[in-house]
Design a protein around this ligand. Structure first.
Ligand code: NAD
Length: 511
């Protein structure tokens, strides 16, 4: 362990954490820090040893109402601001994120257990999200013109109104910017409800936006428990749409909760994503990608490839090599720069992930790596990177989203069986295919029931490309113009050339 660097990071972190330790973390509403109306709060833990970082206000319907009212009041002037002005402001926010990038990375790492090596990049990616959508703000309203005989139709897009953004605890800062940046660029105002297990960096984002000059009420942050603050947000009549990232079952609740006010919803939900390795693949590259895509970010990643399907002739050797890699991954303190896997977010999630170790044994899968907790100095939510081998697709470990550094390997005989196994899941977020046969790569890509497919690659993102899932993995797409489709209404205007005959009634009848 690189103790000195860890110590340095902890010393630097202490300065940034003091405020969260000394004061209850409240909300940010209408351009001001807000202590909340409920008088209730809850503990926020660090997963490193489950000690309390500080208290967080448990927002309720009254807090959400204050935030939604502020967002509604700010909407007319924010939507009226010229696109160029919005672009300049969003770039200033990106500057602010970059300036506080180190603070964001340290705080997020401590709050979520995500290794600093990944969180350092998360702030840079968040700034990139703001810059990308900033540059599209001036043209977000553009539509099409459709001349039609005696008329000309033209369409344009207008922001839908105040929107709710509800985010989960895995890479919370980066994920929230992926939603909030396009909403602001489109001209919407926002009420953000961060996850209760990782609330800290959402407040940093609110502050950065405020310091960059975002007008009061344009971005409001309400902390709280999902079933209270989150629910109130999805039910509030001033909120016109809800962008939600989280579990599929929560998505169902939100759809029900938003029904009375006919909310437009965008859902990015769970996954049980297959990575399919054919015998002709470039196996070294496939091995790197397979290992990275399940064990990076603690496996707490919606796009992680958690089902490894391997063609039989190479199955034993490939699985043995993944097991060897898994066994060598450095599990440790997330602020240690050498750490590759940190602790899971919360004791409840830790218990859930560990429950699959017993389930795998009971169902008859072989535990080829890990399968045990591995506490640090006797504490924390650490688990050993785990590989369940020789599984079949009916086992719980092959069907349920575990959301930890846990991979399930299944052999297959041929292309048809690989496809059948890959698609035999209620989820449909991503699929990964490794083969040197270009035609087969294409056939698989077209036939996989997934919103996103990578052929001979891991999860490489291109911001204009659509991001989202099929089946129980989501509704709608993010990215580039797809984000604006959600945050904006398309309006059609039909202009007459004054050359057509207007139908009339009551001209010829008796008076
Ligand atoms: P979660 O569904 O438990 O919580 C997500 C958010 O929803 C939290 O802010 C929570 O407070 C809120 N919430 C909970 N109940 C609510 C309710 N009734 N009404 C309104 N809001 C409510 O999810 P999680 O455990 O925080 O995150 C992990 C999940 O997120 C995994 O399933 C993962 O696959 C998914 N995820 C998906 C993507 C994607 O792009 N598809 C990305 C990241 C995470």
């Amino acid at each position: 362990m690189t103790v000195s660097k860890l110590d340095n990071n902890l010393t630097e972190l202490a300065q940034h954490l003091a405020r969260f330790r000394d004061h209850t973390l409240g909300h940010f509403i209408d351009g001001r820090a807000d202590g909340g109306r409920s008088g209730r709060d809850f503990d926020n833990l660090t997963p490193i040893d489950n000690s309390v970082i500080g208290r967080v206000a448990a927002g309720d319907a009254a807090d959400v109402d204050a935030a939604a009212t502020a967002a509604a009041a700010a909407f007319p002037s924010w939507r009226g601001l010229a696109g160029d002005a919005r672009r300049a402001l969003l770039h200033r926010i990106a500057d602010g994120i970059e300036a506080r990038g180190r603070e964001i990375a340290l705080v997020e790492s401590y709050d979520t257990g995500q290794p600093l090596r990944f969180m350092s990049k998360a702030a840079a990616r968040a700034a990139e999200n703001f810059r990308f959508f900033a540059d599209r703000a001036p043209t977000a309203c553009e539509g099409r013109s459709m001349p039609a005989g005696d008329h000309v139709n033209y369409s344009l897009r207008q922001p839908i109104g105040p929107v709710g953004v509800i985010t989960p605890w895995n890479t919370p800062f980066m994920l929230s910017t992926w939603k909030i940046a396009p909403a602001l660029a489109a001209g919407c105002t926002v009420v953000h409800k961060p996850a209760e297990w990782s609330p800290l960096t959402a407040m940093l984002l609110a502050e950065i936006c405020h310091e960059a000059g975002l007008p009061p009420g344009v971005l409001n942050t309400v902390n709280g428990i999902g079933e209270q603050a989150g629910r109130a947000l999805t039910e509030h009549p001033a909120i016109k749409a809800v962008a939600f990232v989280g579990e599929s079952t929560t998505g169902s609740h939100i759809m029900r909760q938003g029904a009375a006010t006919l909310k437009r919803v965008h859902f990015e939900l769970g996954g049980k994503n297959p990575v399919i390795v054919f015998a002709d693949a470039e196996l070294e590259r496939a091995l790197d990608a397979v290992t990275f895509m399940i064990y990076s970010l603690n496996g707490e990643r919606c796009t992680s490839s958690s089902r490894l399907l391997v063609e039989r002739p190479i199955y034993d050797e490939f699985v043995a090599r993944v097991a060897e890699r898994a066994g060598r991954i450095r599990v440790g303190h997330p602020l240690d720069p050498a750490t590759e896997v940190g602790p899971l977010i919360h004791p409840r999630h830790f218990d859930k992930v560990c429950s699959y170790f017993a389930a795998a044994r009971e169902e008859g899968a072989r535990i080829a790596a890990g399968g045990v907790p591995c506490p640090l100095d006797g504490k924390g939510n650490f688990v050993a990177p785990t590989l369940f081998a020789d599984a079949d697709n009916t086992m719980r470990v092959a069907r349920e989203e575990i959301f930890g550094p846990v991979l399930t390997a299944i052999p297959f005989a041929d292309e048809a069986e690989a496809l059948a196994l890959a698609n035999d899941t209620e989820y449909g977020l991503t699929g990964y295919v490794w083969t040197r046969d270009g035609g087969r790569g294409q056939r698989m890509a077209l036939a996989l029931e997934a919103g996103m497919v990578w052929v001979n690659s891991e999860n490489n993102r291109h911001l204009p490309a659509p991001f989202g899932g099929m089946k129980m993995s989501g509704i709608g797409r993010d990215g580039g113009d797809y984000s604006f489709e959600f945050y904006m209404e398309t309006k059609n205007v039909c202009m007459a050339l004054d050359t057509h005959g207007v139908p009339s009634l009551g001209k010829t009848g008796a008076a």
